[in-house]
Write a protein that binds this ligand. Structure first.
Ligand SMILES: *[C@@H]1O[C@H](CO)[C@@H](O)[C@H](O)[C@H]1NC(C)=O
Ligand SMILES: *[C@@H]1O[C@H](CO)[C@@H](O)[C@H](O)[C@H]1NC(C)=O
Ligand SMILES: *[C@@H]1O[C@H](CO)[C@@H](O)[C@H](O)[C@H]1NC(C)=O
Ligand SMILES: *[C@@H]1O[C@H](CO)[C@@H](O)[C@H](O)[C@H]1NC(C)=O
Ligand SMILES: *[C@@H]1O[C@H](CO)[C@@H](O)[C@H](O)[C@H]1NC(C)=O
Ligand SMILES: *[C@@H]1O[C@H](CO)[C@@H](O)[C@H](O)[C@H]1NC(C)=O
Ligand SMILES: *[C@@H]1O[C@H](CO)[C@@H](O)[C@H](O)[C@H]1NC(C)=O
Length: 474
């Protein structure tokens, strides 16, 4: 993800737009949620099909950002799972397989140079979603499970236990040309690795993954990222500053990623106290911070950017990640359902009122009943996830004319999952990757896009290399 990309937003207030009705979501009705999910999915896919011409023909590639595809496909798989509507499944298959990389680990060469561990992890988590929700493998292609395992193996190889490297932990960025991002170890890169390990552990019942999940979680507590008394989770630490200088910025997805990982561990260990303590502590912080009392206490708000109208494209999606993860947590640690239910319901209804732009396009700020004038695929993705994942509340109960999909909680290889395992997957392995031959970029191709060109010298090649940051920026 990018450091600071205050692109878009609020500049897009359209003039002479016909007044549109909101989606009027009634979260007590599965029918209503399903129909809102249909509308948001159609709108998200419409944005996807009409994305910037420079990437429109590259399945899974979003304009100027790569990780978002992982989140997009996660939500489309959730949508299929909860509604049974399979009309977008081909888009998912095509995009995920196109971006799987030559080594079958979601490290495709176009993205590799500017890739963060978190970026690659969001694709691996999409594959984890596929296996758990029985989204079918595509014959004659690598299985979803093998792709998640391939990515997992890359993260293992990038883990460095040297004292000077914080005794473990994944860096944010994979390659040293990423400067400050390479110098940082951050919550989301490690939270997602923890979560991926826990999900693979539960699905495959292979202890190696369990051990890794514990390693990542315990490491997080050993550095100034996570405090197990206050459960305050920092955003990042700096390697060059003795693994200190924690950045206390509060982002919902940092909490959500760890909570979800803990819920899988809780489930595997049949209620392990270590994980329950973590779920309860982090969930209390998540609820207190990101479901502000002033908006009723149950509506999700990305509080570090929404009040300032400067959420970037990444940050707009976090609310979608949270609703996806809370839905999982409510299934894997069912004792949380009572607390999670009102949050999912109120957030889905609030998102519905915000989706009152032209053609029911959604804005960013859910707690405000007036459409905020912004639109984009990120807004649609967040709302889609809220609508679709709230259907978890109707997993088995008949409601109105809605026939529940009667889908089980995330399956494992012992309870109906049949994605093919390949624990040795992934070959790009290793830490920093060798620099690919830089591509010459024609700025004219991207008129209007803000491009930051970074010039760097690689001493060992002894020549100047030019790379345009932004074409596949993250
Ligand atoms: C890599 O970029 C090229 C040029 O834009 C494109 O044709 C190709 O489909 C991309 N590959 C992937 C895996 O995204
Ligand atoms: C809190 O974390 C520290 C550091 O990892 C650990 O030693 C301690 O046992 C933990 N406390 C509890 C109550 O889990
Ligand atoms: C998180 O950062 C804040 C502010 O920099 C710091 O006071 C706190 O101790 C940090 N948390 C942990 C667990 O070290
Ligand atoms: C683990 O998840 C399953 C599926 O939702 C659930 O039935 C079970 O109660 C969970 N285990 C615990 C200890 O909560
Ligand atoms: C709600 O949104 C409208 C339109 O963007 C804005 O004028 C108003 O100030 C917002 N209200 C709050 C409480 O944020
Ligand atoms: C997995 O199960 C599905 C049905 O749920 C079936 O269509 C598919 O062929 C199976 N795949 C494998 C690899 O056995
Ligand atoms: C379990 O996972 C580890 C780590 O990926 C792998 O080396 C091992 O072969 C796996 N074992 C089985 C039985 O799949």
């Amino acid at each position: 993800m990018r450091f600071s990309s205050q692109l878009l937003l609020f500049g897009q207030l359209l003039v002479n737009v016909p007044l549109a009705l909101s989606l009027k979501v009634d979260a007590d009705s599965a029918d209503s949620l399903k129909s809102a999910a249909q509308t948001a999915a159609a709108s998200a896919v419409n944005f996807y099909n009409n994305r910037d011409p420079s990437v429109r023909n590259i399945p899974g590639q979003f304009y100027n950002t790569w990780w978002e595809g992982g989140a997009f496909f996660t939500f489309l798989i959730n949508y299929w799972h909860w509604t049974g509507d399979d009309q977008y499944n081909d888009i998912v298959n095509k995009g995920m397989l196109w971006q799987k990389g030559d080594s079958n680990d979601f490290d495709p060469s176009n993205a590799s140079l500017y890739m963060g561990n978190d970026d690659q992890e969001f694709w691996a988590l999409a594959a984890a979603t596929a296996i758990e929700q029985k989204f079918p493998d595509v014959p004659n292609n690598p299985s979803w499970l093998s792709l998640a395992q391939g990515a997992f193996n890359d993260f293992v190889d990038r883990w460095n236990q040297d004292k000077a490297e914080c005794g473990g932990g994944l860096r944010w960025q994979v390659n040293s040309i990423q400067g400050s991002g390479y110098n940082s170890k951050n919550a989301i890169s490690n939270g997602n690795f923890f979560q991926l390990a826990a999900r693979l552990a539960r699905y495959t019942n292979n202890d190696s993954y369990t051990i890794w999940a514990n390693t990542v979680y315990d490491w997080t507590l050993s550095v100034p990222l996570l405090d197990n008394k206050t459960w305050f989770l920092n955003d990042s630490i700096q390697i060059s500053q003795d693994c200190g200088a924690p950045s206390p910025q509060q982002w919902s997805y940092n909490y959500g990623s760890y909570i979800a990982g803990l819920a899988y561990m809780y489930n595997i260990t049949n209620g392990g106290a270590k994980y329950k303590t973590g779920i309860d502590g982090l969930m209390t912080q998540l609820f207190k911070t990101f479901f502000p009392e002033q908006f009723g206490g149950n509506t999700l708000s990305e509080v570090s950017c929404e009040p300032y109208h400067d959420c970037n494209r990444d940050q707009i999606i976090y609310k979608g990640l949270i609703t996806n993860w809370l839905s999982l947590v409510s299934q894997l640690a069912p004792y949380t359902l009572g607390e999670i239910e009102p949050k999912l319901k109120a957030s889905a209804e609030a998102a519905g009122t915000q989706c009152s732009g032209p053609n029911n396009e959604c804005g960013i700020v859910w707690h405000n009943a007036t459409w905020d004038g912004s639109s984009g695929i990120e807004q649609e993705m967040a709302a889609l996830s809220a609508f679709a994942n709230t259907l978890v509340l109707y997993q088995s109960a008949q409601s109105g004319s809605y026939t529940p999909p009667n889908k089980p909680a995330p399956v494992t290889s012992n309870t109906g999952g049949n994605s093919t395992s390949d624990p040795s997957g992934g070959q790009s392995r290793g830490g920093e990757q060798s620099l690919p031959t830089p591509k010459k970029v024609n700025a004219g191709d991207r008129a209007g896009a803000a491009i930051l060109t970074i010039v760097f010298t690689t001493a060992w090649i002894g020549m100047m290399v030019w790379v345009a940051y932004g074409e596949f920026g993250f």
